[in-house]
Design a protein around this ligand. Structure first.
Ligand code: ATP
Length: 217
């Protein structure tokens, strides 16, 4: 799927150039430094797709509103679904233990797990901003397992600062200064390229056949 979007300006400042984003079935990762334009890109994708019929989207934002309503109502909000529809992902992500609590009282990681559960249930295209930010290692693993399990049937477009995810991505978009500087398979993401984009020394090591990119101090 090729998604075309228009530039985004705030005042005179260009924060996202016109873009042509290729999104493939599987896990599409968007990476790049703070302020590169990842959130702006994901929001622009949602806007660009809003006019398309039949494309159900799920969205997990980087930052959450803090609603006072119970977790179950957060899942149901904006839909005519019954709670039953969420059961599979409630179990896989173990968020049933949070039922009965007010969303505003959850920890950051707990809130993210609830919103991931909602997005997975409601979308064929799941857009996740800062994929696993705030999640402990066990929950990160759960999210990885769920994505691996679903990615033949659903499309994931996710931003992250955790370069470990490159080892699990099907397609990568690298951003800097409001521009897409690379769209490719993860194999084409090199130390040199990451060093140029992040402006630090980065070392690639392979672990169990997957690349790990580490800060080379
Ligand atoms: N509403 C706005 N008003 C002014 N500047 C904005 C606005 N939204 C975004 N920007 C600017 O646009 C740039 C890109 O922001 P964006 O949130 O898309 O970056 P990001 O890559 O998601 O960053 P991070 O990794 O820190 O979350 C930033 O420099 C930000 O300050």
């Amino acid at each position: 799927m090729l998604i075309q979007g228009a530039k985004v300006k705030v005042g005179d400042r260009l924060i996202l150039s016109d873009f042509s984003l290729e999104v493939r079935r599987g896990l599409n990762l968007v990476i790049g430094p703070n302020g590169a334009g990842k959130t702006t890109l994901l929001r622009s994708v949602i806007r660009a797709l809003n006019s398309l019929q039949g494309m159900e989207k799920g969205y997990v934002p980087a930052e959450f509103f803090s609603s006072d309503i119970p977790v179950e109502d957060i899942l149901l909000s904006g839909t005519r679904n019954k709670l039953e529809k969420y059961r599979q992902y409630v179990e896989l992500l173990d968020v049933g233990k949070l039922f009965g609590k007010r969303f505003s009282t959850l920890s950051t990681g707990e809130k993210r797990m609830v919103l991931i559960c909602k997005a997975l249930t409601e979308g064929d295209l799941i857009i996740m901003d800062e994929l696993t930010s705030g999640l402990d290692l066990k929950n990160q693993r759960k999210v990885l397992e769920v994505i691996n399990h679903l990615k033949r049937n659903k499309t994931f477009l996710a931003s992250t600062h955790d370069l470990q995810w490159l080892g699990y991505a099907d397609y990568v978009t690298l951003m800097k200064s409001g521009q897409i500087v690379l769209q490719s398979t993860p194999e084409e993401v090199t130390e040199d390229l990451l060093e140029k984009v992040y402006e630090i020394k980065i070392k690639r090591v392979d672990f169990k056949g997957r690349p790990l990119f580490l800060v080379d101090i």
